[in-house]
Design a protein around this ligand. Structure first.
Ligand code: MG
Length: 300
């Protein structure tokens, strides 16, 4: 019997997926993978295996090799406009940038003279500003970092590209996690995983972006089953989100269009490939890839 990799909830989703493009497991055997980021120039995917304190590299020819170990229990990654890797590190409780010569620059490690919690996910705006979430997951136990007291609230910060100044941009969520801008950068989506240990529903909120801040925060969508952890946007403004049963595609109006079914709980996603038309999926112990008839917003 043929296996369907997709669940279509709105006819438009049928145009985004291809029946003969499988959800393919690229690699497995990890503990908890996160933070996928595509390097088209190197033809590789980087991702974090958080509990094993390493960043791994996958290429079609060589499979999985080690990119960085130890990684300070790194979690989410992205690239800035210059192509440099920007990383959230649970263990060092900081956000760093890996320069083109390999040097590591600290972008943020404290706020209000107190250490950050455990930066989780990060995006870079076209003006170079760095926006990251700082929930407490990496300091709750010794599994994904070092158990430590929480000294700052769980918020989203913005780091100014010119001055390096930090400001709190989102402070009305339980545990902000994945982040994404709309294609025109007028909207900021933030996933809240704060209630993951209770029966309350999870939600994604959306904010209007006004210069260096956001306003008018409102409910956008509730993922079911599971939670929205990592999120990304395609060129039409659809939001793609991790979920317990795969990846959900949500319209700009907040309506579920369809699902990519993945056999493990999904943590995060990124677009990549020649036309940014492939979705790389980190899911518990494995990394998967599916080719879409759709391109993601991702630079460079
Ligand atoms: Mg996350």
């Amino acid at each position: 019997m043929a296996v369907s990799f997709f669940e279509i909830h709105d006819p438009v989703f049928g145009q985004y997926v291809m029946g003969n493009a499988p959800v393919k497991q690229l690699a497995t055997g990890f503990d908890w993978v996160e933070g996928p980021v595509w390097f088209g120039d190197a033809g590789c995917l980087l991702f974090s295996d958080i509990p094993n304190n390493r960043i791994l590299r996958w290429t079609p020819d060589d499979g999985v090799t080690t990119y960085r170990a130890p990684s300070n229990y790194s979690n989410g990654h992205t690239r800035d406009k210059a192509g440099r890797l920007v990383s959230c590190e649970h263990g060092a409780r900081r956000v760093t940038r890996t320069e083109l010569d390999g040097a590591v620059t600290v972008i943020a490690d404290s706020f209000d003279n107190k250490p950050l919690n455990s930066p989780n996910d990060v995006i870079v705006k076209s003006d170079g500003s760095i926006w990251f979430s700082d929930p407490h997951y990496g300091i709750m136990t010794n599994y994904e970092g070092f158990a430590s007291p929480q000294e700052n609230p769980c918020v989203v910060y913005r780091v100014d590209p010119e001055t390096g100044d930090m400001s709190v941009v989102v402070d009305d969520m339980n545990c902000p996690n994945g982040l994404a801008f709309s294609p025109d950068e007028k909207l900021l989506y933030v996933a809240d995983t704060g209630r993951m240990f209770s029966d309350d529903a999870q939600h994604i909120r959306v904010y209007d972006v006004e210069d260096d801040a956001v306003c008018n925060g409102r409910h956008f969508h509730t993922i079911d089953p599971g939670i929205a952890d990592g999120i990304r946007v395609d060129t039409d403004g659809n939001l793609w989100s991790s979920a317990a049963d795969g990846v959900h595609c949500i319209s700009p109006e907040g309506r579920l269009l369809g699902k990519i079914l993945v056999p493990e709980l999904v943590s995060n996603i990124c677009f990549g490939g020649r036309a940014k038309h492939q979705l790389f999926i980190t899911a518990t112990t494995s990394v998967y890839r599916v080719t879409l008839n759709r391109s993601g917003v991702q630079f460079p």
